[in-house]
Design a protein around this ligand. Structure first.
Ligand code: GAL
Length: 385
């Protein structure tokens, strides 16, 4: 089906039959720039800038946005920047000079794109900020993302649930534990990292206050917990350092780790298992949370190693990006469902936010397999096909 550019008001979130064929994991490593398209499209080219191919979620995002736009009649220039800021700015410059009609951008550093966005505005190119808010520019037209504060709430709730302090819905169980946890945050230049942290800390705070939770390292500030570029190795190193400084000698136990992204979770788990904390939660491995339902982590959850992850359905996010781009190119404004939360330092960017689900070992099938996000074979292998 071709999503007509003449649809008029485009109802974001409505049950548009946008049949995106790409599913997460599909074509991993296979996406690339495709700016010259197939020649049969009528809609012009849309530039899609993604941060990195090292995390399969961004590959899935890129593929899903690309196929949705192609289905809607556009050519797509899809670029990944290897988490390198100059590469991303140069890619966006090239999209603008190449005549892109709209830009969909998942920024590496949310504050580094001001001059690109100025150039886009001068050329009348609408800019849709994808998943991560682009900051410090008035030329961000729309934001599609998940409710990032709620992601942090969900991560902290999973941790509390794993420790037995609350039920899965976050209701206190009355359990009088004294648990030791450590805290990890995402990349400080990613606006989302701050929302995840705030949601998590607000949720954990009552349990710090009543003494059920303690952070023995004392590292409770965002800056101490942050992980530049969301790098797995950096998280592993920090966890190893925390083990050395705080958990050797056997006096202090560690029961849980707040981890805001599956790559970090796996680095943390490598450090913990390497230091002899146990190979599974049942064997004494601390409860480690996550985000993104990356295939390697879903397998670890199935195997009782990682406790949870937050599932953000990248197919739905891609749908919203396509719907927003179509709206602009039809001369309409996309429909926002949040016009208050995302202040980028210059203006509040109208947003369309999606909800997330928390994955535990007992709902993998329901959330990830039944929805077609991963197959059971992929989960068993811990690898996308
Ligand atoms: C965030 C994103 C997360 C995770 C992380 C690391 O911006 O919202 O879902 O992907 O980056 O890539």
């Amino acid at each position: 089906m071709r999503l007509g550019k003449k649809m008029g008001v485009v109802a974001a979130g409505a049950a548009l039959a946008l049949t995106l064929t790409a599913c997460a994991g599909e074509g991993a490593g296979s996406s690339s720039g495709d700016g010259d398209g197939g020649g049969e499209t009528e809609g012009g080219t849309i530039g899609v800038a993604m941060p990195t191919e090292t995390s399969e979620r961004w590959i899935a995002d890129g593929d899903a946005v690309k196929s949705g736009l192609e289905e809607a009649g556009y050519d797509v220039d899809l670029q990944f920047a290897g988490d390198d800021i100059p590469t991303q700015t140069q890619q966006i410059d090239a999209m603008i000079t190449g005549g892109a009609e709209a830009l969909i951008i998942a920024a590496i550093d949310g504050t580094a794109l001001t001059s690109q966005l100025d150039a886009a505005a001068a050329a009348d190119i609408p800019v849709i900020s994808y998943d991560r808010l682009i900051r410090d520019s008035e030329n961000v037209d729309f934001y599609v993302s998940f409710d990032n504060y709620k992601v942090g709430v969900a991560q902290a709730t999973a941790l509390l649930y794993g420790l037995g302090l609350t039920d899965a819905a976050g209701e206190p169980t009355g359990e009088e534990g004294e648990f030791n946890i450590e805290l990890f945050a995402g990349s400080p230049d990613d606006n989302n990292a701050h929302f995840f942290w705030d949601g998590a800390m607000d949720t954990l705070q009552p349990f710090f206050d009543d003494g059920s939770l303690t952070v023995p390292s004392g590292q409770t500030e965002f800056d101490q917990a942050a992980t530049l570029r969301w790098e797995q190795e950096r998280a592993q190193k920090r966890m190893e350092d925390l083990i050395t400084s705080t958990y050797t000698g056997g006096d202090t136990e560690l029961h849980g780790v707040l981890a805001p992204y599956d790559g970090l979770s796996r680095g943390i788990i490598t450090a913990l298992t390497g230091a002899g904390f146990g190979d599974t939660i049942e064997d004494g491995l601390p409860v480690v949370t996550g985000q993104d339902a990356e295939i390697a982590s879903v397998k670890l959850i199935q195997d009782g190693v990682q406790q949870s992850t937050i599932f953000k359905d990248t197919r739905k996010l891609a749908d919203q990006a396509v719907i927003a781009a179509e709206a602009y190119l039809a001369g309409e404004e996309p429909e926002a469902n949040d016009t208050e939360t995302y202040d980028n330092g210059v203006k509040v960017v109208p947003s369309y936010l999606l909800e997330v689900d928390t994955v535990y070992s007992d709902n993998i099938t329901e959330l990830l397999v039944d929805s077609g996000y991963w197959t059971q074979d992929e989960i068993d292998a811990g690898q996308a096909e």
